[in-house]
Write a protein that binds this ligand. Structure first.
Ligand code: GLP
Length: 237
């Protein structure tokens, strides 16, 4: 595990963006695993800027997002598809047909999960997967529990996650209680993983995840077993 200690959100965003830009330069046909959340917004801004300045070329890139709320249409401003279009895809020269996110409106959740896993496999797997972390140590929507799902699945969110993510919803909007999410194997199969975590509120859980025992109670702790993990954080001294 490599830990890049940064001073603040801006430095974290710069470091994450640079890792992505380097990946695309090294392999213009890279398959990128993407995450949503406030943690990633700064990095996406910098990646978009690099693309505008011709320092990054997304024309050959394929992407797979970690997760999507169940029941939300792509046009819903709370959907992760909407977030990705707004924060990244609409700002870079990517072919939208190569951007993949689970379909939140799928009628048959089980076959949607199978379709998504098969799609990742047919793209040759993920070269670089970006992850954030929830306050309870979740990654994607893999919530703490006695056992963790292996592959892309239909996940029920914990109260804590629903509460944490409610800040993005207006008072009248119903917050989804479930989502599609990659599983542990889907993520661990990525050739490289970047975990970006910022803010004091996550310092404690991050320390447990990185330096404590590996436990399904803290899904991010499983990343200790990944052979190529880069952690970018302002949470550690
Ligand atoms: C959601 C997403 C996660 C993300 C987490 C943290 O639950 N499913 O992928 O890591 O939020 O979000 P934030 O970066 O806003 O703290």
């Amino acid at each position: 595990m490599e830990i890049i200690k940064v001073k603040n959100y801006e430095e974290m965003s710069r470091a994450v963006a640079d890792l992505f830009i380097a990946q695309i330069k090294q392999n213009p046909k890279a398959v990128l695993g993407l995450a949503t959340g406030s943690t990633q917004e700064g990095a996406y801004d910098l990646i978009a800027e690099a693309c505008k300045n011709n320092e990054a070329d997304f024309s050959g890139v394929t992407t797979f997002n970690l997760d999507e709320y169940y029941g939300l249409t792509p046009e819903n401003p709370q959907s992760y598809r909407y977030y990705m279009n707004k924060n990244l895809f609409d700002r870079v020269n990517i072919d939208k047909s190569k951007t993949n996110i689970p379909d939140g409106t799928a009628v048959n959740p089980e076959s949607e999960c199978e379709r998504y896993e098969a799609l990742i496999e047919s793209a040759g797997g993920i070269d670089l997967q970006l992850l954030g972390m929830g306050h309870n140590g979740h990654i994607a929507f893999i919530e703490p529990g006695e056992e963790l799902p292996v592959k892309t699945h239909h996940a029920y969110l914990t109260e804590q996650t629903i509460k944490a993510n409610s800040r993005f919803f207006t008072k009248d909007e119903k917050i989804p209680e479930s989502a599609f999410s990659m599983g542990v194997k889907t993520i661990m199969d990525a050739r490289k993983v970047i975990l970006a975590v910022n803010g004091n509120a996550k310092a404690n859980i991050l320390k447990k995840a990185l330096f404590g025992p590996v436990t399904t109670r803290i899904p991010a702790s499983l990343l200790q077993l990944h052979h190529y993990l880069v952690v970018v954080t302002d949470c550690l001294d």
